[in-house]
Design a protein around this ligand. Structure first.
Ligand SMILES: Nc1nc2c(ncn2[C@@H]2O[C@H](COP(=O)(O)OP(=O)(O)OP(=O)(O)O)[C@@H](O)[C@H]2O)c(=O)[nH]1
Ligand SMILES: [Mg+2]
Length: 356
């Protein structure tokens, strides 16, 4: 018979848990946690600028639970009449250009002017890793503590479209909560810039002097989207190069046809780290708002964006409904195999799948 192994750790006889916890108070706490805050309560708290209520409502928007999304829809609907009043600014630039540092300086400048600022983010990497740019908060140390600022890391999701929709809805809630400026940050990769561009009034591109970054931007057409280009890190030894880059960008911008906004995009230098030139960028934003409000482009653009998002949302929904059907999943696998064996064409396969 095998010798039974004895643990090296000596075992004690089980000790029953002592009754130091008060069962009735535990139950009370549980009940309180379960008690659902009504949608109306949340909405009226949001309208009173209650940040906790705002965060709760955003969590409902981000939830995958269908019950939550019904609540979210109701809350958004009630908030809508109180939305639309902020200036929405999109900020993009390659990793390391200084977006977070800039938003910290810019945000602090705005709160010093008595503005309330919300910072949201669209982070395409979070759609893959399900992470968020929470870590960025460390670069926004003062802004995080400012009671007039609200920083919300990006929602995660399965697609950029899904994340974008959640951000669009979050903008409405932030506006209802009385934020004057909404900043939406995205890292300059993939389709995220065009997505952010389609939800903001003003699009700011952060750039670095040298490092071939200028050319890359020109090639990718992001410059065409920009209402202002700020060459960041224009400090120390970098100032001379930054000034040269400014000339280059100005020249590049003049190659593009005039925008229907009648706005000539501006190029400016800044040092987010030293808080230099940051207030000038706010002046540029104000001047943009003045010009485009006067010629009604500002409102027209928002209306166009709403129409764009209507179509976009339908497309997203139709696509996900289609691909999530179990019959389609099965038939798609079969059709893909037929394509592999050259026994059908992609078009015949698509016709067949769409007819199911
Ligand atoms: N010299 C100098 N350094 C800066 C400036 N702005 C940011 N930096 C530095 O550049 C580095 C990157 O800055 P971040 O603000 O994290 O850049 P980011 O664009 O948010 O980067 P990702 O979040 O990775 O996309 C940090 O070490 C900053 O301290 C600036 O104006 N001048
Ligand atoms: Mg960052």
């Amino acid at each position: 018979m095998a010798k039974q192994k004895k643990s090296a750790l000596s075992e004690q006889k089980g000790v029953s848990q002592s009754e130091i916890t008060n069962i009735s108070s535990i139950n009370q706490i549980k009940k309180k946690r379960l008690k659902k805050i009504s949608n109306n309560t949340l909405v009226s708290a949001i309208l009173k600028k209650d940040i906790t209520a705002l965060s709760k409502a955003i969590t409902l928007i981000e939830s995958k639970n269908p019950k939550h999304s019904n609540d979210a829809k109701a809350i958004i609907k009630s908030c809508l009449p109180h939305a639309n009043k902020s200036i929405r600014i999109g900020i993009t630039g390659v990793p390391g250009v200084g977006k977070s540092t800039f938003i910290e300086s810019f945000g602090m400048h705005l709160t010093s002017l008595g503005k309330r600022v919300a910072v949201l983010a669209i982070d395409p990497s979070s759609t893959i890793t399900k992470g968020s740019i929470l870590g960025d908060k460390t670069r926004m140390e003062s802004l995080v503590k400012d009671k007039n600022a609200f920083i919300r890391p990006s929602a995660s999701g399965d697609s950029l479209g899904g994340v974008a929709r959640k951000t669009r809805e979050t903008i409405i809630l932030c506006e209802a909560a009385g934020f004057d400026v909404i900043i939406i940050e995205t890292v300059g990769v993939g389709q995220s810039e065009t997505t952010v561009h389609s939800m903001v009034d003003f699009f700011l591109l952060l750039k670095l002097a040298g490092a071939g970054d200028e050319l890359q931007g020109i090639k990718r057409g992001i410059i065409e989207l920009a209402d202002a280009i700020a060459i960041n890190k224009a400090d120390g030894d970098n100032i001379k190069r930054a000034k040269l880059a400014k000339v280059d960008f100005n020249r590049a911008l003049h190659l593009y046809p005039e925008k229907s906004s009648n706005w000539q995009p501006k190029v400016t230098l800044c040092s987010a780290l030293n808080n230099d030139g940051v207030s000038d960028i706010w002046e540029i934003v104000l001047s943009y708002v003045e010009t485009t409000s006067a010629n009604n482009y500002f409102n027209k653009k928002r209306q166009e964006q709403n129409k764009f998002w209507l179509i976009q949302t339908i497309e997203e929904q139709l696509k996900s409904d289609f691909f999530n059907k179990s019959t389609i999943k099965k038939a798609l696998t079969e059709q893909l195999e037929l394509i592999d064996r050259n026994e059908t064409t992609p078009f015949a396969a698509a016709d067949y799948l769409l007819s199911l």
